[in-house]
Ligand binder design. Structure first.
Ligand SMILES: [Zn+2]
Length: 265
């Protein structure tokens, strides 16, 4: 297996992964989306709410605010010594106490946390708008969870892969008419006397160039064991951490499978 980094920017990561099967790369994608433990608000105790929104709507909005997930220090409630009833190892308290003296918007940054490592990723997510005299007082409890249970525990906002493309231009057939260069919506090809590949990574394997070429000089194929993997996180953790934890999930599953097999034998 070979990994080549293409791009790393803010919460985004793009890399090439070679000499793996489609099943493997798809497992990695699914684990990243659905099985990497991520922090999100699960329980909310509303003490005062004189805003225009119902308690349930506010609780739902709080659940969808991405929180930073520390690398270590917390366990899933079901694996905790407290057996999920809630303790400092499996949950974090956040609180909000606002009384509006003038019309205002409450943003995520007003949510204060008992643990500075678990806080809203983006401060400017609006929670609710208050009129003068209205107030909102609540306690919220965040815990680790999995994306397969609820999308609020999904660490990635985008996670996908595509086959690595391969474009062959037969120079004995190509007469340099340039029709394929015009047909390509992604500017993958360029004309340099004969048609050449300008940027292979942009190719989506749509095949427009193949259909347009009057001479049949172009062939577009996928490379069976190479993929371009892209992911963007919600900011809850770095994309590298998501991929590493997704790989850990797969390793753990393989180990459990082997153990079960040994026990059955
Ligand atoms: Zn606990």
């Amino acid at each position: 297996m070979e990994v080549e980094l293409l791009e790393r920017r803010d919460n985004e990561l793009r890399f090439i992964i070679r000499r793996v099967s489609t099943a493997f790369v798809n497992s990695l994608r699914r684990a990243a989306i659905a099985e990497v433990p991520t922090m999100a608000i699960e329980d909310v105790v509303i003490l005062t709410n004189s805003t225009v929104l119902f308690d349930e709507i506010i609780a739902h909005r709080l659940g969808l605010i991405p929180l930073t997930t520390p690398k270590e220090g917390y366990v899933m409630p079901k694996d905790c010594v407290c057996r999920g009833s809630g303790c400092s190892k499996c949950q974090v308290r956040l609180y909000l106490d606002v009384k509006a003296e003038y019309p205002m918007v409450i943003y995520a940054e007003s949510l204060l946390s008992d643990d500075p490592n678990v806080r809203p990723v983006y401060g400017k997510i609006p929670i609710v708008e208050l009129e003068e005299g209205q107030s909102l007082v609540l306690e919220a409890y965040a815990q680790l969870g999995l994306g397969k249970e609820h999308a609020k525990w999904q660490p990635v906002s985008a996670c996908a892969y595509k086959y690595y493309p391969r474009i062959d231009v037969r120079s004995d057939l190509c007469d340099g008419c340039g029709k394929c260069v015009e047909a390509c919506a992604k500017s993958v090809l360029k004309l340099n006397d004969k048609v050449k590949v300008a940027d292979i990574l942009k190719c989506t394997l749509c095949g427009d160039c193949v259909e347009t070429c009057p001479k049949g000089a172009i062939e577009v194929n996928k490379v069976d064991d190479s993929f371009i993997f892209y992911l963007e996180t919600t900011g809850t953790m770095t994309p590298e951490d998501v991929i590493i934890k997704a790989a850990d999930v797969l390793i753990d599953k393989a180990k459990r499978f082997v153990r079960a097999l040994e026990e059955a034998a």
